[in-house]
Design a protein around this ligand. Structure first.
Ligand code: PMV
Length: 318
């Protein structure tokens, strides 16, 4: 094969972000309409004769993996060559395209890595198991985020809502006719910084970590039950309370708080920041009839773009 193609989609965290880093559970939702696509091809022979693979990255989404593009991508390649038994120097041109905005808690780095990993597997003609793909994407994620929980690495390849805890994922039951509006605040936040900020605040304040994790776990469990029963009011209430939790530890922003308020005022059943925080997106749950109004109010409060994700399973890519 002379060219390999790989794809992955964005994700949003429903409940449990940050707590999941400490081994608690999180619920995540695939965002299938936002995708990353990578193509990988051999470039002129003779380059990169250092015994491994080297890369040149181009494409509209290559900024999304700015960390990966340099040292990270080399280490990902090293992990890949070791795992796949690819030997000898080679240089690859990787083109990464897509529309997942980076730093918005939508999993752009994990989706880019997964797309690249599958493009390489396709190029090499190897069948990648989900476990092998997860491990490779995690290699890249750990370099971008410090120590990533792994929820993004799973969710960007998942075909429906999932629960993730301590490296294990399971499908979620979904009832009800709600939909989520994801609204981009237009400001990027660093997940790595957010994770460090929280860790520091936990070391300063005795008991803060246990309290955060206990509250988060309760909301995740409540949210999971509500989701299965199609109890949208209860699900919305869990989202509202998770936002307060994130706000209390300093992970929200003024613009995000204003957007959350605007969504609630426009009839959303519940709204919260989603992902690492310090910027990024708001996730608002709404009945289909209120969706237009909620989206308009989110834009009025400063959202630069919005996406709608219906609460149901979708046919995803493997
Ligand atoms: O901001 P994102 O999309 O990288 O969300 C990551 C979720 C965190 O729990 C904050 C980090 C993690 O590793 O799970």
């Amino acid at each position: 094969r002379s060219v390999g193609i790989g794809r992955a989609h964005a994700k949003a965290i429903l409940l449990g972000e940050h707590a999941v880093v400490y081994g608690a559970a999180a619920l995540a939702l695939p965002v299938p309409q936002l995708t990353a696509t990578a193509s990988a091809g051999w470039s002129s022979p003779g380059r990169g004769a250092d015994g491994g693979l080297s890369f040149t990255m181009t494409g509209s989404a290559s900024r999304a993996v700015v960390t990966l593009a340099s040292d990270g991508l080399r280490r990902l390649a090293a992990a890949f060559t070791e795992r796949m038994g690819v030997t000898g120097g080679a240089h690859l041109d990787v083109i990464l395209d897509g529309a997942i905005p980076p730093g918005r808690g939508l999993g752009s780095s994990a989706a880019s890595s997964r797309a690249i990993v599958f493009a390489l597997a396709d190029l090499f003609g190897v069948e990648l198991s989900e476990a092998a793909a997860f491990e490779l994407v995690q290699t890249a994620e750990n370099m971008t985020h410090g120590r990533a929980s792994g929820v993004d690495a799973v969710a960007v390849g998942a075909s429906g809502p999932l629960r993730f805890q301590a490296g294990r994922a399971s499908e979620l039951e979904v009832g009800g006719e709600g939909l989520f509006i994801i609204a981009d605040s237009g400001t990027a936040g660093s997940t790595k910084e957010a994770v460090e900020l929280l860790r520091e605040s936990f070391t300063r304040e005795a008991g803060a970590q246990q309290e955060f994790l206990a509250r988060a776990a309760r909301l995740v469990d409540e949210g999971q039950d509500a989701l299965a029963e199609g109890a949208l009011e209860e699900l919305g209430s869990a989202l509202d309370r998770y936002h307060e939790l994130m706000r209390a530890v300093g992970l929200s922003t003024g613009r995000i708080d204003a957007m959350v308020e605007a969504a609630r005022g426009a009839g959303s059943l519940g709204a919260k920041i989603t992902g690492g925080g310090l910027g990024g997106c708001v996730l608002a749950l709404t009945q289909p009839e209120q969706a237009g109004r909620v989206a308009r109010h989110l834009h009025d409060a400063g959202a630069v773009q919005t996406w709608v994700v219906p609460l149901r399973r979708h046919a995803g890519h493997a």
